[in-house]
Design a protein around this ligand. Structure first.
Ligand SMILES: NC(=O)c1ccc[n+]([C@@H]2O[C@H](COP(=O)([O-])OP(=O)(O)OC[C@H]3O[C@@H](n4cnc5c(N)ncnc54)[C@H](OP(=O)(O)O)[C@@H]3O)[C@@H](O)[C@H]2O)c1
Length: 325
């Protein structure tokens, strides 16, 4: 037996209930993990609210965690009992003291990285890996625009882009977040609630625009993000924290300069376990070398997930948030 958050119907944060659950035993290719830390991500809000439909009810939210392997199935060769492991992967179920997951969805945590850091970095850090290193490969000399630059994904992206030699323009919700983003490598924080970010990007780039916009804010930024791009630039729409983008006519891409549009997800990029391992190796080496410091800025007990969701949704958080289990 263990405790876990359960959601019986979509709704606001209060629909999450902390309950005793039966964890069961791992099947042949599965492992049972005792969590020591669980990551909070904006996608948890989408599933709780029903923006992304959960596969079944009741469900336990969460896609990211770290802990120790307590049991392994008969055919598991990847990890052993006692190993410290971390993951960022479906199925839902991370908001739990213990969970079962397929063995090929986890990585072994390097000795230099503690469990809290691992739980904070897997989903957001792997996302930054594919965004900056695969979807559009950022190189030295590029100037990029990254929205919500002081968020969990944002602060990791600022550091990684800076490490690659890019100039980072980042949008943020207030002055305090601007200062935090600056400290993590954002050269030009823009207060997008107060300033016209298209004008600012044009000023900063001498009218040229940027080769890539990473936009996870969605409804309130999507159209204007396209106006920040150079001809043949990349619009990477990877989230919708302000709401979904309504219907979109692809002709706009031609009118605004033969632009590219993609709507990527981490799940596609890590679907092949070999890719997952390669991406995680690069992320871990960035963290172990000190090039990226994982910004764990909020910690909650897992039983306080309701409050954590309220804080994330009301834009009170910055950097990464971890549940201590
Ligand atoms: N596609 C993928 O593979 C993938 C993977 C990971 C994350 N994501 C997406 O990346 C985004 C960031 O994720 P995260 O977990 O790191 O969250 P986060 O950035 O820490 O939090 C979301 C931030 O979005 C900004 N925001 C703007 N308008 C908002 C609104 N109306 N309501 C709430 N927030 C608003 C806020 O920053 P300001 O106050 O500074 O505006 C807020 O702090 C999310 O959209 C998430 O879905 C996508």
């Amino acid at each position: 037996m263990a405790k876990a958050m359960k959601v019986y119907n979509n709704g606001d944060a209060d629909v999450m209930k902390w309950e005793v659950v039966d964890v069961g035993s791992p099947a042949a290719n599965e492992i049972l993990i005792r969590h020591s830390a669980v990551g909070l991500n904006f996608i948890d809000v989408y599933f709780r609210k029903g923006v992304y439909p959960p596969p079944f009810f009741p469900f336990t939210p969460g896609l990211e965690g770290a802990g120790t392997v307590e049991q392994v199935g008969a055919e598991v060769s990847e990890v052993s009992v006692g190993d410290r492991v971390a993951y960022a992967s479906p199925p839902l179920g991370a908001y739990a003291e213990k969970r079962i997951i397929a063995a090929d969805r986890v990585i072994r945590i390097p000795d230099e990285i503690d469990d809290t850091t691992a739980a904070a970095m897997m989903l957001q850090g792997l996302t930054v890996q594919y965004l900056l290193r695969q979807t559009f490969r950022v190189k030295a000399g590029d100037t990029i625009l990254f929205h919500a630059a002081a968020g969990g994904v944002g602060l990791i992206a600022c550091q990684w882009a800076k490490h690659l030699g890019a100039t980072v323009i980042g949008t943020v919700g207030n002055e305090q977040k601007a200062e935090i983003a600056r400290r993590h490598g954002c050269d030009h924080p823009i207060l997008y609630n107060q300033e016209d970010f298209v004008e600012r990007v044009r000023d900063i780039t001498n009218g040229k625009g940027v080769p890539v916009v990473y936009d996870s804010v969605g409804a309130t930024t999507f159209d204007k993000s396209l106006d920040c791009l150079q001809p043949k630039g990349y619009m990477v729409s990877f989230g919708q924290s302000s709401g979904g983008v309504e219907s979109f006519n692809p002709v706009v891409l031609s009118v605004k300069g033969s632009l590219y549009l993609t709507r990527p997800t981490l799940m596609t990029y890590t679907a092949d376990p070999a890719d997952l391992v390669e991406m995680a190796d690069e992320l871990c080496s960035m963290v172990v070398s000190g090039a990226i410091k994982i910004p764990v800025k909020q910690r909650y007990a897992l039983s306080d997930a309701v409050q954590a969701h309220k804080d994330l949704e009301s834009r009170k958080t910055h950097g990464s948030t971890v549940f201590e289990v």
